[in-house]
Design a protein around this ligand. Structure first.
Ligand code: ZN
Length: 388
């Protein structure tokens, strides 16, 4: 029997549990067509135990597949936008009116996602046909979050009842091992306070995964502080009922009981240490989308603050409207560039893998001796970087 062994040297070697090993290795054995992982961890140990293995270099990481914990597949036909956040929302609304947000766009997104190798995803869904498509897919797992947008408090009860009715129909289409149904109130300012509270209580009582965009742009903070600014202008009469509380957007979610449902908070860039403490205390998590934050001038996500408070961080690409691709590996490389010495590569890989599974309520896979090598993702180095 012919045995072929390859030692893959990587900047980060991570088996899906424990501490990622910097400058580690994976050893893969190919025997009679069956490729198995023999080892993942310390490079010196790998070299000593399998001295005759072929060596592959130029690899950033070896790990289980990373997770894209926040995407909007139905915006995959939106022309890429670069500029301030309020302008982006205007562009999304114009795009939606063009009729290009729906099932065909989501199918384009699914094709783009499959090319990145990702099959675990947290997707924001605004169209029933897309929801049923996602729930029927056998090649995907994760959460399909139904989006609610209803800023007028007078609509809260009717929207709540309609949402509950929809969620019941969606839940009936869930399949074991497939996508689960979740719920996403769009933002703290585009869903009225009474509706936010009711949705969060409903999600918690029914164990529905909850996700919400929050503290994305400085404009959002201003809206909560003063009631004015670019978002107030953008939303016009839709925010006639808006009363600024003077709190931060995260504290506002805490006040309304939304954090009690342990949501995943998308972006969560414009936060201070008190906000991060609230998130940590609630056992909520955050999804980091650095390329979208850069494109929309939203600022830098304080990753070191989240690390200090032990908050679970995952990665998401956001939509193709604000991000150049649906590739979560590229998102991690962008994070390395944005955070510099404030984040280490191992922690970022762990966030993209284990953080992603945890945020979506799934158990992270573990690579150990004998694991099928199909479950090993070999991340190339980003262009222009050499070594392992
Ligand atoms: Zn988003």
């Amino acid at each position: 029997m012919s045995l072929k062994r390859v030692r893959i040297d990587a900047q980060v070697a991570y088996g899906g549990f424990g501490t990622p090993v910097e400058h580690g290795s994976a050893v893969v054995q190919d025997a009679a067509g069956s490729r198995r992982v023999l080892f993942i961890g310390d490079r010196d140990e790998a070299a000593a135990r399998w001295p005759d293995a072929d060596v592959k270099t130029g690899v950033f990481a070896v790990s289980p597949p990373p997770v894209n914990a926040h995407v909007h597949l139905d915006l995959s036909r939106m022309p890429p936008y670069r500029g301030p956040y309020a302008g982006f929302i205007r562009a999304v609304v114009a795009h939606q009116r063009s009729g290009e947000r729906g099932l065909p766009a989501a199918q384009d997104g699914l094709t783009a996602l499959a090319k990145t190798g990702a099959s675990v995803v947290g997707d924001v869904v605004t169209d029933e046909a897309v929801m049923f498509e996602l729930l029927a897919r056998e090649d995907l797992t994760g959460v399909a979050y139904w989006e609610v947008f209803a800023p007028d408090p007078a609509e809260a009860d009717a929207t709540f009842d309609a949402t509950v009715e929809r969620l019941r129909r969606f839940k009936a289409a869930e399949r074991p091992g497939g996508m689960r149904v979740g719920l996403t109130p769009h933002t703290p300012h585009t869903v009225s306070a009474p509706l936010l509270s009711k949705l969060a209580r409903f999600a918690a009582a029914n164990e529905l995964p909850l996700q919400i965009h929050v503290a994305e742009s400085p404009d959002e903070t201003e809206l909560h502080q003063s009631g004015g600014g670019a978002l107030r202008e953008l939303m016009g009469p839709m925010l006639d009922h808006w009363t600024p509380t003077g709190m931060s957007p995260v504290a506002y979610l805490g006040e309304l009981g939304v954090l009690d449902a342990r949501p995943s908070l998308v972006h969560a860039v414009q936060v201070d240490e008190e906000d991060v403490r609230l998130i940590a205390r609630a056992g909520a998590s955050v999804v980091h989308c650095p390329r979208s934050n850069t494109a929309l001038d939203c600022g830098r996500f304080p990753i070191e603050l989240y690390a200090r408070h032990g908050v679970d961080v995952a990665f998401g690409t956001d939509s193709l409207g604000s991000s150049p691709s649906l590739d979560v590996q590229a998102e991690v490389h962008a994070a390395l560039a944005v955070h510099g010495a404030r984040a280490n590569a191992g922690a970022l890989v762990r966030a993209a893998v284990k953080g992603g599974y945890r945020v979506l309520g799934l158990t992270p896979p573990r690579l150990t001796r004998g694991s099928d090598a199909a479950g090993l993702t070999v991340w190339p180095q980003p262009a222009g970087v050499s070594g392992g």
